[in-house]
Design a binder for this molecule. Structure first.
Ligand SMILES: NC(=O)c1ccc[n+]([C@@H]2O[C@H](COP(=O)([O-])OP(=O)(O)OC[C@H]3O[C@@H](n4cnc5c(N)ncnc54)[C@H](O)[C@@H]3O)[C@@H](O)[C@H]2O)c1
Length: 297
């Protein structure tokens, strides 16, 4: 059976969602109160806008310098003007900053969060051992600090946000166990580099492999609290991270995706987060979102 949102007027191929976006959009995520780390750029920003545009509330947590530009890009949004989106300076490696952002949700929205989406991340490129550009005889060893910092943000930061968010979600009352099956959901962003790390991705792949490794045990730990945990492993998405590359390189990367042969749109990532929020049987798994891409060495 076709759902209302997906049903199509076959005469002009226009979906009801396109005809009545304001009505349908306002219903979809109206029960969602979320915190999104890395929410001022790329995939996180797409998730924050998607949740708010679909009736939910969002705390956008990111490093302070990212928030100004993001503010300019969302100040016209209806949801922002209605106070359903709040911007908080939040470094995922700092417990007190996460707690302040979570307090902001409770104070601004009148309830604790029920959704946590971890998108904050860094992606350095460095080989464990590389030849010096100047003299082939010299070798450069991967800096231990750079390796540790990558894990500190991508792995420890995701865990830090997840554990503090879990405590808030668990504190929410279940009004009617039969109706509200789930208290909330935590979504962590991994990467296909967790499975097929390329040359120069050793720190990044290690950090994302650890995120993948967290999903099942975290889901098991939180099952008795009615909290679900999911991971998403994106392939190649058009975000500032990618847009920094020359256009030709972006096109070549897009062409390497079997189908559709293009970079992913951050909105497509946000759509999957929206589906995960709604589908209570999704738990303890990592979904690849990659157009069948398998990265070469
Ligand atoms: N874009 C892709 O193709 C792609 C592919 C696979 C995985 N990912 C992952 O998706 C996530 C989002 O990536 P993106 O492409 O949107 O990148 P992005 O650079 O656009 O966004 C990352 C955000 O994380 C924030 N951030 C960095 N360190 C932080 C910290 N300590 N505390 C809080 N925020 C911090 C940055 O300020 C930035 O706003 C990352 O975890 C990335 O590894 C992206």
């Amino acid at each position: 059976m076709q759902s209302i949102a997906n049903s199509t007027d076959h005469n002009n191929n226009t979906s009801l969602f396109e005809l009545f976006p304001s009505v349908l959009e306002l219903m979809f995520l109206k029960h969602t109160t979320a915190i999104i780390s890395g929410g001022a750029s790329g995939l996180g920003a797409a998730v924050a806008k998607y949740i708010v545009n679909n009736g939910g509330r969002a705390i956008v947590g990111d490093l302070g310098h990212q928030l100004d530009a993001f503010h300019d890009s969302v100040m016209e949004l209806k949801g922002f003007q209605e106070g359903r989106m709040k911007l908080c300076a939040m470094d995922v490696t700092k417990e007190e900053q996460i707690e302040l952002a979570l307090d902001e949700a409770a104070n601004s929205f009148g309830e604790e969060i029920n959704t946590c989406v971890a998108c904050a991340g860094v992606a350095p490129g460095r080989k464990i051992l590389s030849k010096s550009k100047n003299t082939s005889a010299e070798m450069r060893v991967h800096s231990l600090d750079e390796f540790s910092n990558t894990l500190q943000v991508n792995t420890t930061g995701a865990f830090n946000l997840a554990r503090l968010s879990a405590a808030r979600i668990a504190s929410r009352p279940i009004v009617n166990q039969d109706v509200i099956e789930t208290r909330g959901v935590i979504v962590l962003t991994a990467s296909i580099a967790a499975f097929e790390g390329q040359v120069g991705q050793i720190a990044y792949s290690a950090s994302k492999g650890a995120v993948v490794g967290m999903i099942l045990p975290m889901a098991r730990d939180l099952a008795s609290f009615n909290i679900r945990v999911m991971g998403i492993a994106p392939g190649l998405f058009r975000t500032p991270l990618m847009e920094g590359l020359p256009l030709k390189v972006q096109q070549e990367l897009g062409a390497s995706v079997p189908f559709p042969s293009r970079l992913g749109n951050p909105e497509e990532f946000a759509q999957l987060v929206g589906h995960i929020i709604h589908n209570n049987m999704l738990n303890g798994e990592v979904i690849r979102l990659d157009g069948a891409l398998r990265m070469p060495p």
